[in-house]
Design a protein around this ligand. Structure first.
Ligand SMILES: [Zn+2]
Length: 404
């Protein structure tokens, strides 16, 4: 029986993947587009085949409902959009595994005690609306601000208009639903820890907090040949010292924190010109809020250390606190993994997920399965069938425990 379920999942991942291929051959399922419409139709068909009633909420999240004897809801799912040139597992796995697990249990055990709801959420990846803070899940959690509807895509279309154009209600946005008793999201790891340690299941304790922004170093543009070294206000060596200092400072905390300075820009950017300005981005993540704050404060203090002939400006762009997932759910998932004899690890998620919004309103848990080579947001994204099987089995056993 297990093999049939796995085959269903493998086939469904392929079929869903096909809907993300645009006419020009590019793989990209942005929100509220033709590719999004295609996957919604496919997922709705899968949900109906498993005996679910479907509905859409204000922002167009697709919900498949297996009505239980009580109105309490156990919700499971993930996001249906993909990044440009992304892979077919990210997000989609959590939706399809949810559909299959719920459907199998329904066939086997009949009507559940608690209502089971599978959700395919819109716009988690900022696939169309940059920095939109996961409107799909924030709407279900009842925390989406109306102002989010004013965000615009690259063509100036607002989120609100895109939602309506796709045939969804838009306003009023949904309120928190007290009948939702738990949310569970299964997702690929998007890193290489599970594979490296030979574990098949990750049970997430916290989703890391993030501090991100940009640091500008402003000096004075001049001729590279005629300006003596002692008369220069060159921002480049100052930036280099600053960056090196930051990475030295985080050395003692490397197990609990990651820092990336991933984009460096130089103005005007000529080989024979002392730059006027250089800027570097920072992306600091930690599940330990106090530690993250401390390192962020260190960085602000470094401004004073290196300020002199060169002006330094730190411009924070975002700060997200870490999100702790539900401790009872973690224990229960651990018991399930142990019972089924899958090697598992309690770990943090270094990437953001819909679960961090859901956790603000409902007890929420996440299950990870390994990504081969730690690859994600890439067409080479791949999870071994044996690991998909493990994830599906854990999800199914947990849903049975919760709903039947
Ligand atoms: Zn994802």
């Amino acid at each position: 029986m297990m093999e049939t379920e796995l085959n269903w999942l493998l086939n469904a991942l392929e079929e869903a993947g096909k809907t993300a291929v645009k006419k020009d051959g590019e793989y990209w399922r942005a929100s509220y587009t033709a590719e999004d419409k295609a996957v919604v139709e496919l997922l709705a068909q899968y949900m109906r085949e498993e005996g679910m009633e479907i509905f859409f909420d204000a922002v167009g999240n697709l919900h498949g409902v297996l009505e239980g004897k009580s109105r309490d809801v156990i919700m499971v799912g993930s996001h249906r959009d993909t990044v440009r040139h992304g892979g077919k597992y990210d997000g989609m796995l959590g939706i399809l595994a949810g559909i299959r697990a719920a459907g199998s249990l329904y066939r086997q055990f009949g009507r559940p005690e608690k209502t089971l709801e599978v959700v395919a959420m819109a716009e988690e990846e900022s696939s169309r609306f940059p920095a939109s803070d996961y409107p799909g899940s924030s709407n279900i959690a009842g925390i989406m601000p109306r102002s989010a509807l004013e965000l615009t895509d690259a063509d100036g279309v607002t989120l609100g208009a895109a939602i309506k154009e796709a045939g969804y209600r838009g306003e009023p946005l949904d309120r928190k639903r007290p009948e939702i008793k738990r949310f569970i999201e299964m997702h690929i790891e998007q890193g290489g820890v599970l594979e490296h340690e030979g574990k098949q299941i990750g049970i997430i304790r916290s989703i890391v907090g993030q501090w991100g922004g940009r640091i500008d170093f402003v000096g004075e543009q001049n001729h590279a040949g005629t300006t003596p070294m002692d008369l220069r206000r060159d921002p480049v060596p100052v930036m280099a010292d600053f960056i090196r200092d930051m990475f030295c400072r985080i050395k003692p905390y490397e197990g609990d924190l990651v820092l990336t300075m991933g984009k460096i820009d130089v103005w005007p950017g000529n080989a024979n010109v002392i730059p006027q300005k250089v800027s570097v981005t920072y992306d600091l993540r930690s599940a330990d809020y106090d530690l993250g704050r401390k390192v962020f404060a260190d960085m602000l203090n470094l401004q004073d250390k290196y300020r002199g002939a060169v002006r330094i400006e730190v411009t924070p762009a975002w700060e997200d606190r870490p999100t702790d997932l539900d401790p009872q759910g973690i224990e229960e998932l651990e018991a399930v993994a142990r019972e089924l004899n899958y090697p598992y690890k309690i770990m943090n998620s270094g990437a953001g997920h819909d679960s961090q919004n859901m956790a603000k309103s409902y007890p929420t848990n996440m299950i990870f399965v390994p990504s081969v080579g730690g690859v994600s947001h890439h067409e080479k994204e791949y999870t071994k069938p044996g690991d998909l099987e493990a994830g599906l089995a854990v999800l199914k056993a947990y849903l049975k425990k919760l709903s039947w």
